[in-house]
Design a binder for this molecule. Structure first.
Ligand code: COA
Length: 628
C-alpha cells in the first residue's frame, strides 16, 4: 500500500514538474529546478567496498577474528558477491534510487519498537521570552504565522535549492514534511502524505492541549493565512475548551508498533474516531501547547527541556499531549521552553532545521502577520470513542510502558564554549572530522577500547537520496586515541596522530557523500539476496558484520543558525547517541544513554568529550604545524 501510494504521489510530483517545465509562466519551481538533473545513486564497485570493509573492522577485531573475516570476505568476493552485485546493478538501472524504498521499509516502517525515543528526534529551541499563558499563546500564534510563511515557499516551490558546497541537493524531503503521517500496521507501518499539489491539500493544523486534539483551519475563505492575532484568538478558544486533562489517547502513539496497530484497528472501528484520525493524518502538522514541566535540578534546565521534546516527560506530564506518528510536531511549553519532535520516516534533520531557522527568524521580528482573513472557521475538538474495554487496557499499558521508557532515558544537553568550529578551521582541519575524533577519544578514555561508531552521511546529492554511514572508528582513530592517552608521547607526535586521523575521516566522508560508502551497499547486497530467495550471505552473519553494526556511539551533525540542539536516543541498549550543532565559537551537544545499562552514563561521556576537546586543542597549539 505504501509503495503504491508513494509511486502515485511521486508520479504526481513529476507530472507537476513536467507541466512547469513546459510552461514558463508556471515555472515557479525553483525548489525542483535541478531535481531531474541530479545523478542517480551509484552502486559502488564490489571489490572497493570489501577492501574498505576489511579496513573498517580491523580495529574492532582480534587477530584471530580478523583472519576469519578476511577469509569470509575473500569467499564472498568469489561467490555470491559478483552475482548479487549484478542483480543490484540491474535494480539500480530500473529504479530512480535503488536504496530509497528499501531504506524506508527496513529502517523505519518495519521497525517495531516505539518511535518515541527510538526513532523520532527532538529539537530544543533557544529559550523564548515569555512567562505566562498569554505569552505562551502569543508565541504559539507567531510560530504558526512563521510556519505558514515557510509553507508558502513549499507550496509555490520557491524554496531555494539546498547546497552542500557547490553541489545541489535533492529537495524531495522538504516536500513531505508538512503533510505526512505514519500509520501503525501489524507487521509494517504505512506512511501517508497529502502534498500541496493534490486536489484538496491540507489547510489545517491539529492543536494539542491538555491531551485533547483540535482541528484548526488556518486559512481564510480568501485562501490567505489567518493573521497572527486571529490565530491567537483561535488558540485562546481552544485552551478555554480544554481546561481539564482529557483521556490520554495520544499515549497510544508511544507504544510498540504492533500493539499500537491492534489498538488502532479497534479505534478506527468507530466512525467518529476514524474521522478524527484522518484529520490528524491530513493536517499540516501538530502544535502541542504543553502544561507544567518536571522540576529541574540547577544547571539541568536544558536537559529537561530536551526530554520534553524527545518524549514529553511521561504520562503525568506532556507525553499524551503529542501524536508521535505525525511527521512534525511543534511543542510550545511554559516559561519559554519550546522545540519540536519529528517522525523520521521521510526526512533527516537538515530540512527540519531549515524550518526551525525560518520560524525562529520570523518569531524574532517585531512585526506580526496583521491580515484579517475573512471567513474564519472556529476550532473543533476531535472526538475519540475510547469506550472499548480493550482500548482502556491499551491506554493503561501504554502509560506504564512509556513511563518506564522515560525513566530509562539519560540525557545531557550542554554547550562546549571554549571554542567552536573556527578553531579546527584555523588548524586547516575539518571541524566535523575533528569532533568525530573527539568522540573517539572520549570513548577510548572511558572504556580503553574503540567501538563501532555511526555518523550520518547525506546522500542527497542523488535523486531521492537519504543517508549512508560514516564509520568514524578507524585504524587511524584508534592510533590517535591510544597516542593521546600515552603520557610518553610528545605533543608533536600526538598532533601528528590527530591530523592523520582527521584526514582519514574526512576522506571517508568525501567518499560516503558521493555514494561510495559501504554500509548501504552491503545492506543492498543482503536485501537483493533475500529478494531473490537466496540465503543471507556468510559475510552478513559474521561476527565482524554484527560488531561493526552495533553502534555503541551513534552520531549526527545537525548544524543550525540558532542555539538549537537535536537529541535522539542511543541505537543500542549499551550505547550513546550524540547529536551536535557546531557553531563558530561553541558547539552544542545532546548526549543520550539508557539508565538500565550500568556501563553508560551521559554525564560521564559528556565530561570525557569536553576533556578530549581541551586536550586536542592543547596538543595542536603545542605542535609545530600550528605555528606555521
Ligand atoms: N580547513 C579549513 N576549513 C575546513 C576544512 C579544512 N581542512 N575542512 C572543512 N572546512 C570547512 C568547510 O569549508 C566548511 O566551511 P563553512 O562553515 O564555511 O561551510 C566547514 O569547515 C564545515 O565542514 P566540515 O566540518 O568538514 O563538515 P561538512 O559541512 O562537510 O559536513 C557531514 C560533513 C558529514 C556532516 C555532511 O557531509 C553530511 O553528510 N551531513 C548530513 C548530516 C545529516 O543528515 N544529519 C541529520 C541526521 S538526522
Amino acid at each position: 500500500m505504501l509503495r503504491f501510494a508513494r509511486v502515485k504521489w511521486l508520479h504526481r510530483v513529476s507530472c507537476n514538474l513536467q507541466k512547469m517545465q513546459t510552461n514558463e509562466k508556471l515555472f515557479v519551481g525553483r525548489m525542483f529546478s535541478v531535481q531531474d538533473s541530479l545523478p542517480k545513486l551509484p552502486v559502488p564497485a564490489l571489490d572497493q567496498t570489501l577492501q574498505k570493509y576489511l579496513r573498517s573492522v580491523r580495529p574492532l577485531l582480534t587477530d584471530e577474528e580478523y583472519a576469519k573475516t578476511q577469509k569470509i570476505v575473500e569467499d564472498f568476493n568469489r561467490d555470491p558477491g559478483p552475482k548479487l552485485q549484478t542483480l543490484l546493478e540491474k535494480r539500480a538501472q530500473r529504479e530512480t534510487n535503488w536504496l530509497s524504498d528499501w531504506w524506508t521499509n527496513v529502517a523505519y516502517l518495519e521497525f517495531r519498537q516505539p518511535v518515541t525515543v527510538n526513532v523520532s528526534p527532538g529539537v530544543v529551541f533557544p529559550k523564548q521570552n515569555y512567562t505566562d499563558k498569554e505569552g505562551q499563546l502569543r508565541f504559539t500564534a507567531k510560530l504558526i504565522s512563521g510556519l505558514l510563511d515557510y509553507k508558502k515557499m513549499i507550496d509555490q516551490q520557491t524554496l531555494p535549492v539546498e547546497k552542500m558546497g557547490k553541489q545541489s541537493l535533492c529537495m524531495m524531503q522538504y516536500y513531505k514534511i508538512l503533510c505526512g503521517c505514519r500509520i501503525p500496521g501489524k507487521k509494517k507501518d504505512t506512511w501517508v502524505c497529502y502534498p500541496p499539489d493534490e486536489a484538496n491539500p491540507p489547510r489545517h493544523l491539529v492543536i494539542a492541549h491538555n491531551n485533547a486534539f483540535f482541528f484548526l483551519e488556518c486559512y481564510g475563505s480568501d485562501n490567505q493565512p489567518l493573521g497572527t492575532e486571529q490565530i491567537y484568538e483561535q488558540l485562546k478558544n481552544i485552551v478555554n475548551q480544554s481546561n481539564e486533562p482529557d483521556v490520554p489517547v495520544g499515549l497510544l502513539t508511544t507504544e510498540n508498533r504492533n500493539k499500537w496497530a491492534k489498538a488502532y484497528e479497534l479505534l478506527a472501528k468507530d466512525k467518529e474516531s476514524k474521522a478524527s484520525l484522518e484529520i490528524l493524518q491530513r493536517s499540516i502538522c501538530a502544535i502541542c501547547i504543553d502544561n507544567k514541566l518536571p522540576e529541574s535540578a540547577p544547571g539541568e534546565e536544558d536537559s529537561t527541556a530536551a526530554k520534553m521534546m524527545l518524549h514529553g516527560g511521561g504520562s503525568q506530564f506532556n507525553s499524551a499531549n503529542r501524536w508521535f506518528d505525525k511527521t512534525l510536531q511543534f511543542i510550545v511549553g511554559p516559561n519559554g521552553i519550546c522545540g519540536l519532535n519529528y517522525e523520521h520516516t521521510t526526512a533527516e534533520g537538515p530540512p527540519i532545521i531549515s524550518i526551525v531557522d525560518h520560524v525562529l527568524d520570523y518569531c524574532s521580528k517585531n512585526a506580526d502577520n496583521s491580515t484579517k482573513a475573512p471567513g474564519v472557521i472556529p476550532p473543533r475538538k476531535l472526538k475519540f470513542n475510547l469506550s472499548f474495554p480493550a482500548l482502556k487496557e491499551n491506554l493503561e499499558e501504554a502509560a506504564e510502558n512509556l513511563d518506564s521508557m522515560v525513566k530509562d532515558v539519560d540525557l545531557t544537553v550542554f554547550k562546549f564554549t571554549e571554542y567552536g568550529k573556527n578553531f579546527p578551521k584555523s588548524q586547516k582541519l575539518s571541524p566535523d572530522s575533528y569532533l568525530q575524533m573527539a568522540f573517539q577519544l572520549a570513548y577510548f578514555r572511558l572504556y580503553s577500547k574503540p567501538c563501532a561508531t555511526y555518523e550520518t552521511a547525506s546522500l542527497r546529492q542523488f535523486q531521492l537520496g537519504r543517508t549512508d554511514t560514516i564509520r568514524s572508528c578507524s585504524i587511524e582513530s584508534l592510533e590517535f586515541s591510544k597516542g593521546m592517552m600515552d603520557a610518553s608521547l610528545s605533543k608533536q607526535k600526538k598532533a601528528e596522530l590527530l591530523r592523520k586521523a582527521v584526514t582519514g575521516h574526512k576522506n571517508y566522508v568525501a567518499e560516503a557523500v558521493k555514494g561510495q560508502g559501504i554500509d548501504r551497499h552491503l545492506l543492498g547486497l543482503k536485501l537483493i539476496a533475500l529478494e531473490n530467495n537466496m540465503k543471507v550471505p556468510a559475510l552478513h552473519m559474521d561476527v565482524a558484520y554484527s560488531l561493526s553494526s552495533h553502534h555503541n556511539v551513534s552520531t549526527s551533525q545537525v548544524p543550525a543558525k540558532y542555539e538549537a540542539c537535536l537529541v535522539f536516543g542511543p541505537t543500542v541498549p549499551d550505547g550513546y547517541g550524540v547529536c551536535y550543532n557546531p557553531q563558530e565559537k561553541q558547539v552544542i551537544l545532546g548526549v543520550s544513554a539508557f539508565n538500565c545499562c550500568p556501563e553508560t552514563d551521559s554525564k560521564r561521556f559528556k565530561d570525557s568529550i569536553q576533556q578530549s576537546l581541551l586536550d586536542m586543542k592543547s596538543v595542536l597549539e603545542g605542535s609545530i604545524q600550528s605555528k606555521l
